[in-house]
Design a protein around this ligand. Structure first.
Ligand SMILES: [Zn+2]
Length: 221
């Protein structure tokens, strides 16, 4: 069938975001890169500082070529990566939880000064892609109330302290009694994810599931 999408694809062929190779419109990445990326289903249980446990999932370990892809995505504005990232995360979510029972998907916010500087929130972009794939509605639920230091520049001990009370729920009624998926780009120590989950639970969230592109394995528990 000839539709607008197929006509457009003649002029603007879909390309693999990893290598630039032209790919079919139903694909998100080329065959060669698919072999290299090593999709996993990494699952971790994290605990918030109030003692609530929640699951975090990721399709990739934080190794090449995913590491460079995330870097390009965040710092060089290579937003086309949101499509494969969204697809692989959605696949793991679907095999892990009943996505039809989840109420909303949200993302770890950037401070407004940081968002202005970068132009976009990288976690929001792929969270919206997961929303498009799974049909779970995307809702902003959190804001960053303090522009804290960048986590990776701190020691492990400083990181837990650095994220405390940095996030706030926008409106309690958005999250109360809700089952929520929250997205962040990388799970390193898990402090940021646990702090955001903590705020969602404090405002009455029934369930929280963390979803990231990659997980830094061998991190300190
Ligand atoms: Zn490729």
């Amino acid at each position: 069938m000839i539709n607008l999408k197929s006509i457009l694809s003649i002029f603007f062929p879909k390309r693999c975001p990893f290598c630039g190779e032209v790919i079919a419109t139903n694909k998100v990445i080329c065959k060669n890169c698919e072999k290299k990326i090593n999709v996993k289903a990494i699952k971790n249980t994290l605990t918030t500082r109030s003692g609530r446990r929640f699951l975090c999932i990721a399709p990739f370990a934080y190794v090449e070529p995913i590491r460079s892809a995330i870097h390009d995505y965040k710092f060089r504005g290579a937003k086309s990566f949101a499509v494969p990232f969204g697809r692989y995360i959605s696949d793991i979510l679907r095999e892990t939880v009943d996505t039809t029972k989840m109420d909303l998907i949200t993302s770890v916010p950037l401070h407004k000064a940081r968002k202005r500087e970068r132009g976009f929130n990288q976690s929001e972009i792929f969270a919206r892609e997961i929303s498009r794939i799974t049909g779970i509605k995307y809702v902003e639920t959190l804001k960053k109330v303090k522009n804290n230091k960048v986590q990776h520049e701190l020691s492990l001990d400083q990181r837990a302290e650095n994220v405390k009370n940095v996030y706030a729920v926008l409106d309690k009624t958005l999250v109360e009694e809700k089952r929520i998926i929250i997205c962040d780009d990388i799970l390193t120590t898990g402090n940021t994810m646990a702090e955001c989950a903590n705020m969602l639970f404090k405002s009455g969230a029934k369930e929280v599931i963390g979803a990231t592109i990659a997980n830094v394995e061998n991190r300190r528990k």
